[in-house]
Design a protein around this ligand. Structure first.
Ligand code: CTP
Ligand code: CA
Length: 227
């Protein structure tokens, strides 16, 4: 039998991947979260490392094993992910050739975190939320040249045309090179994806792909831009 020979086309390329949800604590036992499982980001990290890249994976709370050869940094909240990201990328972004931002970063966090468990009451409860920073947009705004290559993700509930429209908007607003757009109903928790990759050159729609194959398509395009 022939063993598949892995292409090592990413040797010498430093890739930072974020994955999973961020979790915003309300008190020591409760949090606001989202349905991200981290599978897409972990698949990207796994494929990038297999193809020879030097990979750092900044992950929110997920139930996944660290892919072989990948350096993993675990975080919980959006603010903690921001701190870890800048630490890993360097203040001048000089420590990464590419950032692939597949984490589902919480848009809001509770204005206040209680250090003790909130007690039940018969009254309605209102929780005030404050916006989190846009981690990817901050990196996009700080970038001066073509590096690091920046890839965003967008999970939407819109139809195909709407999804591409939102992705174009995010491409420009966050000043990134590529946005991978997905249907929410086709992505969360699943093994496969139906994605569209949007760049300033246009939109490339893929049929249903495994997360592994989608990861390879994304990495092919990142590799082109790193050369
Ligand atoms: N993102 C980020 N920081 C945030 C929110 C999002 O870095 N606070 C990143 C995500 O990791 C993703 C991209 O921005 O790569 C798009 O995320 P998305 O939630 O689709 O976009 P938003 O700008 O938050 O817009 P909305 O949720 O309103 O669609
Ligand atoms: Ca969001």
């Amino acid at each position: 039998a022939l063993a598949a020979v892995e292409t090592r086309d990413l040797v010498g390329i430093r890739i930072v991947v974020t994955a999973g949800p961020t979790v915003e604590d309300l008190d020591p036992v409760r949090f606001l979260g989202n349905r991200s499982t981290g599978k897409m980001g972990f698949a990207i990290a796994e494929r990038a490392a297999s193809r020879g890249a030097s990979v750092t994976l900044v992950s929110g709370p997920v139930a996944l094993a660290t892919p072989r050869g990948v350096t993993r940094v675990d975080v919980r909240s959006a603010l903690a992910m921001k701190e870890a990201l800048w630490e890993v990328m360097g203040a001048d972004l000089g420590r990464a050739d590419a950032l692939i931002m597949s984490a589902a970063v919480a848009d809001y966090r509770p204005a206040e975190q209680s250090t003790t468990k909130r007690k039940r009451s018969a009254e309605p409860l209102e929780i005030k939320l404050v916006p989190n920073p846009d981690l990817l947009a901050e990196v996009g705004a700080a970038r001066t040249g073509a590096r690091p290559v920046l890839v965003g993700f967008a999970v939407e509930t819109a139809d195909d045309a709407g999804i591409v429209g939102y992705a174009r908007g995010k491409l420009q607003a966050k000043r990134v090179d590529m946005v991978v757009a997905n249907h929410a109903q086709d992505s969360f928790g699943r093994e496969d994806n139906r994605a569209t990759i949007v760049t300033s050159h246009g939109a490339e729609a893929f049929g249903v792909l495994s997360k592994r194959d989608l990861a390879d398509h994304i990495l092919d395009r990142v590799a082109q831009r790193c050369r």
